[in-house]
Design a protein around this ligand. Structure first.
Ligand code: SF4
Length: 305
């Protein structure tokens, strides 16, 4: 079984009753939805739907131990991954297209999700890894609370797309142990064209700064397993559509020790084929250039490099 090395953040909040207050505040956002920067202002409690096309109920695509994440998350027994259905970004090249765009998944309630979390803990997973959680923030925190009452004690990973509302991130302070945001774009034109979110980088920067304020750099135990901190992912797109230098400069301004996974696995999925510049994988040279730049500006904690 996984060795628990530190008390998770939510443990104390749950005991003091603060967690219940946060849950109440978060559910309020569902009535006039402003859970993300799109601020659709639809009443999701009544079943109205905004850009993410998700209503009141949680929808989960799959859950289980996952061994394809970064090694500090995978450890020995895997990361306890829960894939939520839908997304607030809906990128044209999404690498999980069926789950985000085609809404592959089942509706469940918060109690059932808490049971999934407890099952993953029982299976030895080192953390609960919530994939694309933003549009279900209230329901997820409620599930964490129910799980906590029943003995959940492994760290919570907030594995998000980076298009976050800083107000919501503040409400997660002391609940999330490990923030795992993407920073997809340092370019406004790309964010607009591929994700319909021209303010992506601005919202992302202010949210990541808040995440860092809460949890700091990634901390690992004696086995190299993460229990708290920030881990950032950046997927390199062809022809520098991701604006990688701007992203890396921002991360360097936070800390030279911020843990960054610069990813090379881009494939032209979904509707990427309708954009000529995205209709291929990246070249070795494109990837090398980004890694070289990260090293040149002094980022010292690069995953696998
Ligand atoms: S979470 Fe969904 S409905 Fe709410 S503001 Fe974001 S995209 Fe709109």
């Amino acid at each position: 079984m996984a060795r628990i090395t530190a008390k998770p953040s939510y443990f104390d909040l749950h005991k003091t009753g603060e967690m219940d207050k946060r849950i109440k505040s978060l559910y309020k956002f569902l009535e006039n939805c402003e859970l993300c920067p799109r601020k659709c202002k639809v009443n999701r409690i009544r079943g109205e739907k905004g850009f993410c096309v998700m209503g009141r109920d949680l929808q989960v695509s799959s859950y289980g131990p996952h061994f394809g994440e970064e090694s500090p998350l995978v450890g020995i027994f895997g990361s306890g991954t829960i894939f939520l259905t839908g997304c607030n970004l809906l990128c044209v090249y999404c690498q999980n297209y069926e789950i985000s765009h085609y809404k592959l998944g089942k509706s469940i309630n918060e109690k059932i999700l808490a049971d999934f979390m407890l099952t993953l803990q029982k299976d030895g997973c080192h953390n609960i890894n919530l994939v694309t959680p933003t549009h279900f923030a209230p329901q997820l925190v409620k599930s964490i609370s129910i799980g906590s009452e029943k003995g959940l004690k492994i760290p919570i990973v907030w594995n998000c797309g980076g298009y976050e509302s800083v107000e919501i991130i503040k409400l997660l302070d002391g609940i999330v142990d490990i923030y795992l945001p993407d920073i997809k774009y340092g370019r406004k034109d790309s964010a607009e064209k591929y994700s319909n979110a021209s303010d992506y980088f601005e919202r992302c920067k202010e949210s990541v700064e808040e995440m860092y304020r809460q949890v700091g750099n990634l901390k690992v135990d004696h086995q190299g397993i993460a229990y708290k901190g920030l881990l950032v992912r950046h997927l390199v797109l062809p022809e520098n559509q991701s604006g990688s230098k701007e992203v890396l400069d921002f991360l360097r301004s936070i800390s030279k020790d911020v843990y960054v996974n610069i990813m090379d696995q881009y494939r032209p999925l979904g509707k990427a084929c309708f954009h000529k510049e995205l209709d291929r994988g990246i070249t070795a040279e494109e990837y090398r250039n980004v890694i070289s730049y990260a090293k040149k500006i002094g980022l010292e904690r690069l995953d696998k490099n």
